[in-house]
Design a protein around this ligand. Structure first.
Ligand code: IMP
Ligand code: MG
Length: 180
């Protein structure tokens, strides 16, 4: 199992910075997108961000229907396997709906492209994307998100839903692990 004690973490985005940015993203979505959205949360990493975002969207006057999809491209280590797998599907029909896909971080781009193409194939009226973090330096697939919280460099970040081997998701901030 994991080593005793917690590794030290340097804060990249504080809880306050994240909270402010989430309100801004929601206001931007309310301005640029429809007032009725079918929000599809990509599990697992984005559940914390999505929980805050849907409440901010409600405050901003957006009526969100929320569903979840589980996609996996990572094993327990921090390197991408390159393959995206649909582990659990949404339970509702997306046909004719204004879909907003919500993910934690846009890294190689494979996950978001997989999710977006799936919803387009299924006949969604529009498919927009929102990510808390964008790591453009690591992109393999040509895709950009419509709404981005913060841009990060080529570093592995944890916290606020983001994990390393399912650890650190509960941090209220986003940070980087110090080398042990
Ligand atoms: P992509 O398919 O390579 O864009 O990977 C997206 C997924 O990889 C995200 O939803 C995360 O779950 C995971 N991921 C990518 N970079 C990081 C990171 O820095 N920290 C934690 N998870 C990451
Ligand atoms: Mg993820």
């Amino acid at each position: 199992m994991s080593a005793p004690g917690r590794r030290q973490i340097d804060v990249v985005f504080s809880a306050d910075e994240i909270a402010r940015r989430v309100e801004e993203i929601a206001a931007d979505i309310a301005r640029r997108e429809g007032r009725e959205l079918f929000v599809i949360v990509v599990l697992k990493g984005s559940f914390v961000f999505a929980a805050d975002l849907i409440r901010a969207l409600d405050r901003a006057g957006v009526e969100a229907r929320v569903d979840f999809i589980t996609l996996s491209s990572y094993g327990k280590e921090s390197a991408s396997s390159g393959e995206v797998r649909l582990a659990r599907d949404v339970s509702d029909d997306v046909r004719g709906r204004s879909v907003m896909i919500v993910d934690d971080i846009l890294d190689t781009g494979r996950t978001l492209r997989f999710a977006r193409d799936l919803m387009i194939d299924r006949g969604a009226a529009t498919v927009r994307t929102c990510v808390l973090l964008d790591k453009p330096s690591n992109r393999v697939v040509d895709i950009a998100a419509d709404h981005v919280g913060f841009t990060v460099g080529n570093q592995f970040v944890v916290g606020y839903g983001l994990d390393l081997g399912h650890l650190y998701r509960g941090l209220s901030y986003i940070g980087v692990l110090r080398q042990p």
